[in-house]
Design a protein around this ligand. Sequence first.
Ligand code: ATP
Length: 368
Amino acid sequence: KKKIAVMTSGGDSPGMNGVVRAVVRMAIHMGCDAFCVYEGYEGLVRGGDLIKKMSWEDVRGYLSEGGTLIGTARCMAFYERPGRLTAAKNMVLNGIDALIICGGDGSLTGADRFRDEWPSLLEELVATKQLDEKQIAPYKHLNIVGLVGSIDNDLSGTDATIGAYSALARICEMVDYIEATASSHSRAFVIEVMGRHCGWLALMAGVATGADFIFIPEKPREDNWREEMCEIIKKHRGWGKRKTIVIIAEGAKDRHGGKITPEMLKDLLADKSGLALDTRITTLGHVQRGGTAVAYDRMLGTLQGVEAVKAVLEATPETETCFIAITENKIVRKPLMTAVKETQEVAKLIDAQDFAKAMSLRDTEFSD
Ligand code: ATP
């Protein structure tokens, strides 16, 4: 009987609970034993109570809960081989031969490394007499499947990550609230949203709320961005608009790599010799992660969780490690490390201000 474990790792995102529920129930449906590893890789390293066999009822009500009910953590020990060695031992002791991980690019990189090292970890466990040959015999191949949980929608190779549409919906809701008070007082608001390397949330929130101006890492502003922004806002005000909304992603920069901050925008909008708008800054912060998943993320987590179990059951020792993507509205399996490497490459290119190359890898088009 196959024993499949599921874990959530890295930053939490709405929809992760849907993944856990789908994996547990699909595994049971297919005649396997289902396990949850609590607290991400920390649970694998610490073992004990943090690795639990799950029943069908254990995940009841998961779909409508926010965050991740099985916990997540950043685990320093898993970066080092001794930590991964203990994790391997705990997997064998619990009889787990397949692991489904829902997390960001870091978590998925860790997973790939774990699978790569697996044979040598088992050898070391035998050589150091922590386990014997008989114990490791059934676990020669570790089967890993990734699912992308992230509010940033920042992974290459998939149209949407689990949690991104929930965070976007939450941002829009918050901007709507802010707009009401902005209109009442005829104020300007600079709203900072998450996204260090990926401006998807800021861009889509700008489109969905009709913001006056946005700043994202992928489209650094030209030297005249101050004049450009003020001119557009002046035009909108001239049309009788009583509110001004500027959305800025955390990683916003100018053409020379200089950080553009909400404070800079506030000073500019409030400048007495210019627009002289009564301006406030709102940093949405962790509100963006919180709350329940929107229908799309519940659906995505469920369909991808089911597909992940199928991928585990169909895998052979030769199968390349995959993650589950959604591409052109289809749930598909793709090579894990190609997507992770591209994602990390894009982040580096954005830091290095090589936007044309970054965008060609991300397959996104931007136009004014
Ligand atoms: P987020 O998108 O929210 O940042 P993430 O999955 O990228 O999510 P990380 O903090 O990068 O978040 O990774 C989560 C955990 O995965 C780490 O705490 C660590 O335990 C493990 N991990 C990440 N990168 C590696 C790596 N290169 N080798 C081994 N383990 C890793």
